[in-house]
Design a protein around this ligand. Structure first.
Ligand code: 6R9
Length: 657
């Protein structure tokens, strides 16, 4: 963000206090802050017993002796699936709708009660056990937004098999490396999913990942969704519905250690290799449930909650499956995109299902702004009482639009900062307490200690910027990077002593509010999805015509950042392109290549073929300068370049191209 943008942000002085009506019903209160401050571990211990059912109570809250490896709720044993499903049925809420599922094709809907969910997870747990899945075995899930995705995750949790969900937009190659990293013996997928009115293949992508070479996969369970033709490998592939029908309808769940790994989720880091972030059962379940209660203000008996994230991202894990379900909430799950079959689809769903709490991303909000307020205005949105935002900084303008146009000026907005690594919300307004400020995530929630520090790790003064760090361990913190404890220590705990470095830059305003500004490392944020520059660069360089590549995230009005690539061709390819005048075809070919290597979401918006890249004398690519070009700015200081004429060449080429 430019300095000018920054000072604009920090002059934002509007505040919005919650209405009396909201405060009167709010779950979160000011006392939470006092309690957490007085005795942080005692606070979390009390919350752990309030929000979760333990088969065996814990005898130690936190063990931080092997820092930065934390253990929470030692001695405690519980089952995440029992907490998210069984106990609601036992408490007499079996008839409550757990999921109002809305398919992308209109009128394709299903309501699933907690009792139905209970039967499904038991059958699925038995089916997985029948396939030989045991406690500790990783199961890969590659599914569209269908209820079976939640069932599959919960069934894994039920038998203590950590799930590894991969977003449906990833390619065979991306799947293959994740299967190998986690050593998954079983993959759960679907024939396909709907995307903008058309069925797209998923099973075929899994088949591609398992072709040639060795892999640990023994069984593939296939959910039937689109009924498209699929290839079938006898002895390996089984239909999900047949496996569940054949399985026993009851399953006795066993409790697992609080520290037992619940799931692995891959996320982009600063190097090309994605990191398998893993979370432990007890602390994760606690903090997702607690934040669903005090931040999203879910009242399970009366609210209809809707989180629009995909289950393949951490937001779907924490705020579709584990948080809301542990509370026994009723929620909407939507399969499709916001513009299928029309641009009012989200608002039609809010109206039809009487959604009270909506949790979505700034990129979606900015898209809705672009489409115009006339669209949501056609629908009755009066059921809404709270709005949430997650995934990237929300600019004050989009925040105000969200508040006025969607929230009718009456709904508090919670701008929630957190990460795959933090597992659950860390910084956010508490909606019945905090006076909200457009564009700022504001303060750590009760129980969490986070600050903004300078280069030396000292807290910054009000009005200054620095790095966002978490100063004390928290229940839902990542327990590590799967198979790579050193990388965990190095990535998060080496920049500042004894503090978790999140990778984000932040500012403190004069009132002490935290403004998260975005990544300070080589990770881009495109529509709220983390993409690593290194990962896309290595995909580009794997193309036979590419010699070198540099990728930057350029500011983009809708997606926050957009992927821009600068590519140097191999000599043969340059000659060929000149002769045949096929520069444009080559750009299309390279974009397609990235889609194949990583997935369609990683396709660069722009690829520029250049003769040289700006490098320092030590050979480091100066992405800052490329970013200036990609954002159409005057190019900054080039004095540290080995060859300062390179930037002239690039900008010249841009003007001509
Ligand atoms: C939950 C999620 C994490 C990164 C994080 C930051 C950005 C998330 C934000 C936000 C500003 C917010 N981010 N929420 N930035 N304000 N409210 O998004 O997890 O995919 O791991 O991304 O997203 O840069 O470091 P994840």
């Amino acid at each position: 963000m430019s300095d000018e943008g920054l000072s604009n942000l920090l002059h934002e002085e509007r505040t919005f206090a919650p209405s009396e009506e909201f405060v009167a019903q709010a779950n979160g209160t000011a006392e939470l802050f006092e309690q957490a401050e007085a005795d942080r571990e005692g606070f979390w211990a009390q919350k752990a017993r309030e929000y979760l059912d333990w088969e065996t109570d814990f005898d130690q809250v936190l063990d931080w002796s092997e820092r930065p490896f934390a253990k929470w709720f030692l001695g405690g044993r519980l089952n995440a699936c029992v907490n998210a499903v069984d106990r609601h049925v036992e408490a007499g809420h079996g008839d409550r709708v757990a999921i109002h599922w809305v398919g992308e094709p209109e009128d394709d809907t299903r309501d699933i009660t907690y009792a139905e969910l209970h039967e499904q997870v038991q059958r699925a747990a038995n089916a997985l056990t029948d396939l030989g899945v045991r406690e500790g075995d990783a199961v890969m899930i590659y599914l569209p937004m269908v209820p079976e995705a939640a069932v599959a995750m919960l069934a894994c949790a039920r038998i203590g098999a950590p799930h590894s969900v991969v977003f449906g937009g990833f390619s065979s190659d991306a799947l293959r490396s994740r299967i190998a990293d986690a050593g998954s013996k079983v993959v759960i997928t679907a024939d396909g999913g709907y995307r903008r009115g058309k069925p797209s293949g998923l099973k075929s992508v899994v088949d591609g990942a398992l072709e040639g070479g060795e892999n640990p996969v023994e069984n593939v369970l296939v959910v039937r969704r689109t009924e498209q033709d699929v290839e079938w490998t006898e002895g390996r592939d089984t239909w999900w519905h047949e496996a569940l029908e054949a399985a026993d309808a009851t399953h006795e769940a066993q409790a697992f250690d609080a520290e037992h790994p619940l799931f692995i989720l891959y996320t982009s880091g600063t190097t090309g290799k994605p990191k398998g972030i893993f979370h432990a059962t007890g602390g994760y379940l606690l903090q997702t449930a607690y934040t669903s209660h005090v931040v999203h203000d879910i009242h399970p008996e009366s609210d209809v909650y809707w989180c629009t994230a995909d289950i393949g991202w951490v937001t779907g894990h924490s705020y579709i499956v584990y948080g809301p379900m542990t509370l026994g909430a009723t929620q909407v799950m939507y399969e499709g995109t916001p513009d299928t079959p029309h641009q009012g689809r989200f608002w039609e769903i809010v109206q039809d299902k009487k959604v009270t709490i909506l949790y979505t991303a700034p990129t979606a909000i900015r898209t809705f702004m672009k489409w115009g307020k006339e669209i949501p205005e056609k629908f009755d949105l009066s059921s809404l009482k709270l709005l949430g935002s997650v995934g990237e900084p929300i600019n004050p303008e989009a925040w105000m639009w969200y508040r006025e146009v969607i929230g009718g000026g009456r709904c508090p907005i919670v701008d929630t900062w957190w990460q795959t690594e933090t597992g659950a919300i860390m910084i956010s307004p508490i909606p019945g307490v905090t006076e909200t400020r457009p564009g700022s995530a504001q303060h750590p929630i009760p129980g969490i200690n986070a600050v903004v520090v300078d280069d030396m790790g000292q807290p910054v003064e009000k009005g200054s910027g620095g790095y966002l760090v978490v100063t004390d361990p928290w229940p839902s913190m990542l327990r590590g990077i799967w198979g790579d404890p050193e990388r965990y220590q190095e990535t998060y705990w080496s920049r500042f002593e004894d503090m978790y470095f999140a990778g984000d830059g932040a500012k403190l305003d004069e009132d002490g509010n935290i403004w998260v500004l975005g990544r300070v490392d080589d990770v881009m944020n495109v529509s709220g999805h983390r993409m690593s520059t290194a990962e896309i660069e290595s995909a580009l360089v794997s193309h036979p015509k590419v010699a070198e590549a540099a990728v930057v995230g350029a500011a983009d009005e809708t997606t926050g950042q957009a992927i821009c690539a600068f590519v140097i061709l191999r000599e043969e390819a340059v000659e060929q392109a000149d002769e045949e005048g096929e520069g444009q075809d080559l750009v299309a070919e390279l974009r397609q290549h990235v889609a194949k290597e990583i997935g369609a979401i990683a396709k660069p918006r722009q690829i520029m073929i250049v003769a040289e890249l700006p490098k320092t004398r030590s050979g480091k690519i100066m992405r800052r300068l490329l970013k200036d070009v990609a954002e159409n700015r005057e190019v900054g200081d080039v004095t540290t370049l080995a060859d300062s004429s390179v930037m002239d060449l690039i900008t010249q080429g841009m003007k001509e191209g």
